[in-house]
Design a protein around this ligand. Structure first.
Ligand code: DSN
Length: 390
């Protein structure tokens, strides 16, 4: 690389990534093939539109790239082209979710999603996000005692509020979501059901987390978390005569985005192929095993695990412990200084601010990619305990 400054920074980041224990629940390490596709000449090409109907010429090759990515996305999740459509152009998860609302919910309509501090995402209708400004948020919380979703409470809120769309999905909820209950609730109030599987898409692909597809109208996902692809996103929509896909496609382009990033789409296609097979299934299984043991060991060492444990790739730890401990920011700083990278995170009914909340969020997808197993997780839990108790 001729640009020495950037080249040095890339080398520094590579070194940093290698030298730390990465427990950021939304990160992972992509393959060399994914990197190669991302860094390819496909980045040079413009091609607004969709395969077979673009506004630019010279698109024969990128049409094939996009069609292949679509085909692989449907195949990975066991979907038929006759039943589901997939848009592979969203640049990332937030614009993908925004596009779904823009396509299906009139401005001012209601989006019902999980509150941020309880485990939801900014784009699930939080006030500080555009999704909470253009649309009216109806936020649901977890049960105070169990810290799990209370489906009865959710149903009663939905029936009273009559949201246009209900979002099931999370960034920090550690348990399996009951999609069937969400479907029943959406049907009871006449809402669309959008399932944002960004965090657990890799676990769905690995058949270790229930598939949302039998229940959802729309499924969105990023591709870079447990799915282990490049930073990007997908929007799946059910083909059932309502032509949701037409509204979504139009909203992505010309509504929201410009030319598709074909290098990114190609890299997604590579990752989707990598995730389709026994090796990835084994990987997904190991993620869940690793998270459970990390959670169990931390709990054995006296740490309060939010929701009482985990069934997925992530967990949250209460480090503040009603003022008997330290804030999440201080805890994350201490761990970083010792080479363990996590993020501070709110916990349900948090009394502290999102900038310095009461908890930490830990995830094992990245370290599982690096081959770490249960024994390593026990060691990591003990290191975290020792560092935080110093
Ligand atoms: N920032 C991602 C996460 O860490 O969960 C979600 O957008």
């Amino acid at each position: 690389m001729k640009d020495k400054e950037i080249s040095r920074l890339i080398e520094q980041e590579k070194k940093r990534q290698k030298s730390v224990i990465n427990l950021i629940a939304s990160e992972n390490y992509v393959s060399q093939d994914v990197l190669k596709a991302l860094g390819s000449e496909l980045t040079n090409k413009y091609g607004e539109g969709y395969p077979g109907r673009r506004y630019y010429r010279g698109v024969a090759v990128v049409d094939k790239v996009e069609l292949l990515a679509q085909k692989r996305a449907l195949k990975l999740f066991g979907l038929k082209e006759s039943d589901w459509s997939v848009n592979v152009q969203p640049l990332s998860g937030s614009p993908a979710n925004f596009a779904v609302y823009a396509a299906l919910v009139p401005i001012g309509g209601k989006i019902m999603g999980m509150a941020l501090s309880h485990g939801g995402h900014l784009t699930h209708g939080q006030k500080v996000s555009m999704t909470g400004k253009f649309w009216s948020p109806v936020l649901y919380e977890v049960d105070k005692k169990t810290e799990l979703i209370d489906y009865e409470q959710l149903k009663s809120i939905a029936i009273t509020e009559k949201p246009n769309i209900i979002v099931a999905g999370f960034t920090a909820y550690a348990h399996i979501v009951d999609f069937q209950k969400f479907r029943e609730i959406a049907d009871a109030c006449g809402a669309y059901l959008m399932i944002d599987m960004s965090h657990f898409a890799g676990l769905v692909a690995g058949r270790i987390y229930p598939s949302p597809f039998p229940y959802a109208d729309i499924v969105t996902t990023t591709t870079h978390k447990t799915l282990r692809g490049p930073r990007s996103a997908l929007i799946f929509s059910k083909r059932d005569g309502r032509e949701l896909f037409k509204k979504i496609d139009k909203t992505i382009l010309p509504g929201l985005q410009g030319g598709p990033h074909f290098n990114q789409i190609a890299a997604v296609a590579v990752a989707l192929k990598e995730a389709n097979g026994p090796a990835f299934k084994k990987y997904a299984k190991q993620i869940v095993k690793n998270t459970k043991i990390l959670s169990d060991e931390l709990s054995r060492l006296g740490w309060r695990i939010i929701e009482g444990g985990t069934e997925t790739h992530l967990l949250r730890v209460d480090v503040w412990r009603d003022g008997k401990g330290i804030g999440g920011r201080e805890a994350a700083d201490k761990l970083e200084a010792a080479g363990i990278i996590v993020n501070e995170n709110t916990i349900p009914f948090d009394t502290r601010s999102p900038m310095d909340p009461s908890g930490l969020r830990l995830g094992t997808a990245a370290e599982t990619t690096r081959g770490r197993n249960e024994k390593d997780m026990i060691k990591i839990a003990r290191r975290i305990d020792a560092i935080l108790k110093r």
